[in-house]
Write a protein that binds this ligand. Sequence first.
Ligand SMILES: NC(=O)c1ccc[n+]([C@@H]2O[C@H](COP(=O)([O-])OP(=O)(O)OC[C@H]3O[C@@H](n4cnc5c(N)ncnc54)[C@H](OP(=O)(O)O)[C@@H]3O)[C@@H](O)[C@H]2O)c1
Length: 251
Amino acid sequence: MSARLHHRTALVTGSTDGIGAAIARALAAEGATVVVSGRDTARGEKVVAAIAEAGGRAAFARADLSRGAAAARELAEAAVELAGGPLDILVNNAAMLIEPAPTAEVPEELIDGALAVNVKAAFLLTGLIAPTMAARGGGAIVNLGSISGLYGQAGSALYSTTKAAIHSLTKSWADEYGPHGVRVNTVAPGPTFTHKVAAMEEHLAPMIARLPSRRPSTPEEVARSVVFLVGDEAANIHGATLSVDGGRSAI
Ligand SMILES: NC(=O)c1ccc[n+]([C@@H]2O[C@H](COP(=O)([O-])OP(=O)(O)OC[C@H]3O[C@@H](n4cnc5c(N)ncnc54)[C@H](OP(=O)(O)O)[C@@H]3O)[C@@H](O)[C@H]2O)c1
């Protein structure tokens, strides 16, 4: 256990699994008190137990972020209560990963669902949490973008749009909240082998073979970038995009 984030409180959305769970573990390993969140209580409690076993502090708040403003408000309030005080760190990580499909075949409910979870929830939570951070003199927000938000790709119009929106929100929020001490940045992963994405290895192989690194990222590598951006080493970094993509965005 390190003390880099000792006495800081953090909410990580979508941290019952994948990259979010790795971010929750990494923030807790640096001493932060972490609120783990998602829809699946059993998986969330498992992440909390693993953090406690490693000597960290965490609690679980169930939230379905497809449910709009009421769900976001409930989560923001529960997080403050479970963390034992106002939040210093918000990681907007929760997202629906969407199967590639032609635009004309994407059903309306999937469009609404993806926009609600991937964009609207981050928008609402930031609006609920950043003003309190600002009033207390500062805080740090990291949004999970994606290389998919930087490029056009046939079949990926919906997912890419949600991630491009996240990249845009980071820049607007950096301008809005930065002068009040709240730093807002993006971490943009490339293919990252969570157990779900690793199961698509065959499909991703040609893209991974083109990466300068010739390999996918690990959830832990993405998590370490989040730790860097919320910590004091990043004190004058605002509105940046940190790519953890094996070099994809450079070529
Ligand atoms: N993995 C990659 O290759 C990759 C690449 C680029 C960017 N990213 C970005 O990195 C972030 C994490 O991705 P991941 O691969 O770790 O995804 P994942 O394994 O599918 O995990 C998604 C997380 O979001 C939560 N979530 C989904 N729908 C939710 C809802 N309606 N309400 C609340 N929580 C919800 C899930 O929890 P529950 O199931 O418990 O609700 C889960 O904890 C996302 O923003 C993604 O766009 C990932």
